[in-house]
Design a protein around this ligand. Structure first.
Ligand SMILES: *[C@@H]1O[C@H](CO)[C@@H](O)[C@H](O)[C@H]1NC(C)=O
Ligand SMILES: *[C@@H]1O[C@H](CO)[C@@H](O)[C@H](O)[C@H]1NC(C)=O
Length: 288
């Protein structure tokens, strides 16, 4: 077959497929909301075109490429552009998200800190679904609630002091010698950023009351003697108590605590037998 014959046959085949007068015909350029069809060729029969959606929009359906058929139809039908969605927002440490299902481009979601955590000042808890279907960056949002450093004059923390005291932490306190703890020995940092029970204080106390010979006081086994504490003395059988029976923990200068006086003494006191002229003692007693 000569080259000329081959060309002739090819031309005939072309004429059979494409009736004369329609060669180079075009498909209509569809009007697509939020997008357009783009073709490297010319929307002529047999060419393909691809749907390009505006930023933030995505083609609806699987096929975004269509072909121009003889007769001026696009196949498959030209899809439309619909607003795109972001994936579920990323988790943020110590924060929760209001439950939602749809996250269209341009929408925002807000995180809130969990119990015991507070927003870091100056950081926005809101993120936006961007036009490229990603979320605007998520910063660190929440920090553990902090309680103020406990201050306890004349006392200290039983455990080493910390740089920061956060929600849930417990602290125990001790007082210096000469001071007694008033309030709770152990406190805990609450989600609201305060200590509960309140931080205790160290109150001055009296030294242990003096011991006495042949007698005892009522505060045996007592360890601390706060302001106003009363100690009662008693003597061994047959001995007399000389002095005040009770002493109190008090203060002379409003600052230092001291006992109200000296401890009494226990002594054996023998009075002489009374002698009265022309009289008789009833009943007869010989020890006084
Ligand atoms: C596209 O088609 C038009 C007429 O329909 C023609 O003038 C033009 O040259 C074509 N362009 C290309 C790149 O084929
Ligand atoms: C999406 O867009 C934002 C801002 O326009 C950009 O910072 C980010 O890198 C983009 N992400 C991707 C995955 O392209």
């Amino acid at each position: 077959m000569s080259p000329a014959l081959g060309q002739l046959l090819a031309l005939m085949a072309l004429l059979l497929l494409q009736p004369p007068g329609t060669r180079g015909a075009q498909c209509p350029i569809p009007d697509i909301a939020n997008g357009q069809l783009i073709s490297a060729q010319n929307f002529t029969w047999g060419s393909t075109a691809t749907l390009h959606c505006q930023p933030g929009f995505v083609p609806l359906g699987a096929a975004s490429t269509v072909r121009c058929l003889p007769g001026g139809r696009w196949y498959p039908r030209v899809p439309s552009c619909v607003p795109g969605q972001c994936p579920h927002p990323p988790p943020v440490e110590f924060a929760d998200l209001q439950p939602r299902r749809e996250f269209p481009v341009g929408s925002t979601v807000s995180y809130s800190c969990r119990l015991g955590f507070s927003p870091i000042p100056g950081v926005s808890p809101t993120i936006t679904c961007l036009q490229n279907f990603t979320w605007s960056s998520v910063p660190r949002l929440c920090q553990k609630v902090q309680c103020p450093s406990p201050v306890i004059p004349h006392g200290r923390e039983a455990s080493p002091r910390r740089a920061a005291y956060t929600f849930g932490q417990q602290v125990e306190f001790q007082c210096e010698p000469g001071f007694a703890l008033r309030g709770s020995e152990r406190v805990q940092c609450l989600a609201e950023g305060m200590w509960r029970p309140p931080v205790p204080y160290c109150d001055r106390v009296c030294d242990p009351p003096p011991r006495i010979a042949s007698g005892q006081h009522s505060a045996l086994g007592v360890k601390q003697f706060p302001y106003g504490f009363e100690v009662k003395y008693s003597c061994a059988e047959g001995l007399s108590l000389i002095g005040d029976e009770s002493i109190y923990c008090t203060s002379e200068d409003g600052e230092r605590l001291v006992w109200s006086g000296a401890a009494p003494e226990c002594r054996l006191i023998r009075c002489p037998k009374p002698v009265v002229e022309r009289a008789r003692m009833t009943p007869q007693t010989f020890t006084f």
